[in-house]
Design a protein around this ligand. Structure first.
Ligand code: SF4
Length: 490
């Protein structure tokens, strides 16, 4: 049986969609290619179980729509599986419909956060055959393919939706009982890892790649975040298993930087054992590590140990400088903790990257400006090293989306608009202020104070290359938000 795991061609005049492995979807003029870890594990698992697997990421490989349809025809797969997200779901429905028209026998499957939230919708709007819900869609896709091969011998696990005539039915709720240590290390060649090894603004050193040491966030409560819907329960791989994979990546692929894209990296005893293992194996001298982290989850001593273990880039969600907002979105943070923890991480030699969001329906323009001030202060002081500024988007089924429905906050009914180009929730001020705030924050990168600190931090040629890539990204982000004139809402 032949399976294509696919990101179809979805480029538009808005830019390149950051779809794979993406919690917060954005179109980028200057694309960042994020290695899609769970689909890559799915491909590896299938190959290991004797299936014929084709990896077809049209976004990373710049494949046009017509070439894509020709390639699918040529490959003659039995099943084609796509990761989806709200802003591209309509385009993916169209693609599935054309594929099914050209070959009615071809089976198609969706997975991802949007279809987990709204599994039936895709059956109503497209000819899709299966929807895999929950975050363990690597295990589910293997289960589905084995079942298709041997319907009597292999029963379907919970979480799979399938077409039954005009309707859809499911095998029940998905479970997250799979043992992550049983997964094979990703077959990087099969999944074209080099396509993603350079074009990523977060890497200081290349080639870089991604792993996931856990699924997905041990906090998992932020009301805007869609990934807790995929992974309502947190599981971490064993420290040994993760260290073995890092060693394999260094020794086999000569990877110089690894981003762990677990929603929030494990802390406490797990983190200590992991850092000590990196040091004992000497991996801290060979590879740089990056991860997602929460402010206040690690103290100064912990940050120092992380630095010693090879960590560099830590991505932290600031989200807002207003306590009422932080409480409301369940960040469980105070502004004081944000400032202290960010400063300590930097003083320990780490490079905090902060994410900031604008467009909360309850915030005034003055409050949004408080957030700008905090972001600008952290950057100018050098406590935060880099940043990403975005628009809050309530993805389906998240607590924020539910609140939007209850309070009538949504200004659009079209998923295409959930692409972070502009707010989709009613604001207490003009929506034209949002791109101005985002751009203003990116422009902090051009302040003398910021540039001076960056020059002082240069240690080697990789730093200069990194700053050049980061500079291009900042220009790209300013352009991403420049061309968005607010349009009339419903
Ligand atoms: S900390 Fe919040 S935003 Fe980040 S992954 Fe966890 S739940 Fe999502």
């Amino acid at each position: 049986m032949k399976i294509i795991i696919c990101f179809p061609p979805l480029n538009s005049e808005k830019g390149c969609p950051t779809l794979g492995q993406n919690r917060q979807f954005q179109y980028f003029k200057e694309p960042t290619l994020i290695y899609p870890v769970v689909p890559a594990i799915a491909a590896t698992l299938l190959k290991q179980n004797g299936f014929d697997v084709v990896w077809l990421d049209c976004l990373a490989q710049n494949i046009t729509q017509e070439d894509f349809f020709a390639m699918v025809k040529e490959q003659t797969p039995d099943i084609i599986a796509f990761e989806t997200k709200a802003p591209v779901i309509k385009k993916e429905w169209e693609i599935v419909n054309r594929l099914k028209k050209e070959n009615p026998k071809l089976l198609t499957a969706f997975f991802g956060d949007h279809v987990t939230a709204l599994p039936q919708e895709s059956f109503e709007h497209s000819g899709i055959d299966y929807v895999l819900t929950g975050g363990d869609y690597d295990f589910l896709l293997l289960n589905l393919c084995k079942h298709l091969q041997d319907p009597q011998g292999i029963s379907l696990e919970g979480g799979i939706w399938m077409r039954k005539g005009e309707a859809a039915e499911s095998t029940g709720d998905f479970t997250l009982e799979h043992n992550l240590d049983m997964l094979p290390f990703i077959d990087r060649d099969l999944t074209c890892w080099k396509d993603y090894a350079y074009k990523n603004g977060n890497y200081r050193r290349t080639p870089g790649t991604y792993i996931m040491s856990g699924r997905d966030c041990w906090w998992g409560k932020c009301t805007f975040c869609s990934w807790p819907q995929l992974y309502p329960k947190f599981r971490a791989r064993s420290v040994k298993n993760v260290l073995d994979e890092i060693q394999h990546l260094v020794e086999t692929f000569h990877v110089r930087e690894i981003m762990d894209d677990t929603g929030t990296f494990s802390v406490g005893a797990w983190l200590k054992e992991f850092c000590e293992g990196m040091i004992e194996r000497g991996l801290n001298k060979k590879v740089t590590l990056d991860c997602n982290m929460r402010f206040g989850a690690v103290d100064f001593e912990g940050y120092k140990l992380m630095r010693k273990a090879g960590f560099r880039f830590l991505l932290f969600g600031v989200e807002s400088a207003n306590q009422a907002t932080l409480d409301r979105i369940k960040k469980d943070l105070t502004v004081e903790v944000i400032k202290k923890s960010c400063k300590e991480a930097r003083e320990a030699g780490l490079y905090p990257h902060i994410t900031i969001m604008f467009g909360y329906p309850w915030e005034t323009l003055e409050e949004a400006n408080n957030t700008f001030d905090l972001g600008a202060w952290l950057l100018k002081k050098g406590y935060a090293y880099t940043m990403q500024s975005t628009v809050v988007i309530p993805y389906p089924r998240t607590p924020l989306f539910v609140e939007c429905e209850e309070k009538g906050w949504l200004t659009t009914g079209s998923w295409d608009d959930f692409d972070m180009k502009r707010p989709v929730m009613k604001l207490g001020f003009s929506e034209s202020e949002i791109p101005k705030l985002v751009q203003k924050l990116y422009r902090v990168s051009f302040s003398l104070e910021f540039i001076f600190r960056k020059i002082l931090s240069i240690r080697e040629i990789d730093d200069i290359k990194y700053f050049w890539r980061a500079f291009l990204k900042v220009i790209g982000h300013i352009l991403d938000f420049k061309r968005n004139k607010p349009k009339k809402r419903l």
